[in-house]
Design a protein around this ligand. Structure first.
Ligand code: BTN
Length: 255
């Protein structure tokens, strides 16, 4: 790849190695609010972070990046960005895979290929619980050439699913274009289209699932994605809206 071309208003911060691109985004955010969206990309991370305090194995060969986004919307809408990003990742992954691969989204923000997790997203709000977000960190990891052996959920990588070995910068360029286009459409039209697009690829929709919450495990049928991104779970006679948790599918998605 000669030169990585990012969308207008996006600026690249490229690093060989860093503790975590999300941590680097936090440091840059604390140093002052930028006008541009910064795309922090590292070839490797020494302390890659996953959701719920987990470690994200980050050896060279995969994509590790964080978008530090100047936000202009209420904090309560931040989770919607996670779904915008998940759709973008699903589209990027599809673009680099051979036809016929099954690309699905697992609530809230994982992307699966042929049943294995290929990408994860770590969304962090710099402004905490203040009513208006002013910077948001969108960390994205995509397994391109390898994945860890021992994972809570079965994992895979694009190479193992039949993709050619892609230049990592080229994948990032594709992803950044889709994230930018997705955010612009979301700002213009709202969450409806994002929600529909995510639902069209939702793993386990209409099927029994299990959701592990910090204090309990819920079982029920995955009914819907709410208008604010919560998962609607039918549990016998009632419905629960779940905003945090780890989903397991009762049966793996068909390949
Ligand atoms: C998950 O648990 O599924 C989310 C994983 C997010 C990993 C990415 S890699 C780039 C960015 N930097 C991090 O430390 N984490 C995110």
């Amino acid at each position: 790849m000669v030169e990585l071309v990012l969308p207008r208003g996006y600026r690249l911060v490229s690093l060989d190695s860093v503790d975590s691109t999300n941590e680097e985004a936090w440091r840059l955010a604390r140093a002052g609010s930028a006008q541009a969206t910064l795309v922090i990309w590292a070839k490797a991370q020494t302390v890659g972070r996953g959701r719920q305090g987990r470690h994200w194995v980050s050896k060279p060969g995969n994509l590790y990046c964080s978008f530090l986004i100047p936000a202009r919307w209420p904090t309560r809408r931040a989770p919607e960005i996670g779904f915008v990003a998940t759709n973008a990742v699903a589209e990027t992954v599809t673009a680099f895979l051979p036809p016929g691969c099954r690309v699905l989204c697992k609530w809230p923000n994982d992307v699966l290929v042929n049943g294995g997790k290929v990408a994860g997203i770590l969304l962090e709000n710099v402004t905490g619980n203040a009513p208006k977000a002013d910077q948001l960190i969108l960390g994205i990891g995509i397994n391109l050439t390898h994945f860890p052996d021992e994972t809570r959920y079965p994992a895979t990588c694009l190479l193992d699913e039949g993709a050619d070995e892609a230049d990592i910068g080229t994948v990032l360029q594709d992803l950044a274009g889709r994230v930018a286009a997705g955010l612009a459409a979301w700002e213009r039209k709202g969450f409806g289209d994002v929600r529909r697009s995510w639902l069209s690829r939702a793993a386990g929709l209409g099927a029994p699932i299990e959701i592990r919450l910090p204090s309990e495990t819920l079982r029920g049928v995955f009914r819907d994605l709410d208008s604010d991104g919560a998962l609607v779970l039918a549990t016998g006679e009632s419905e629960r809206r779940v905003t945090v948790g780890d989903v397991s599918l009762a049966s793996p998605p068909p390949i």
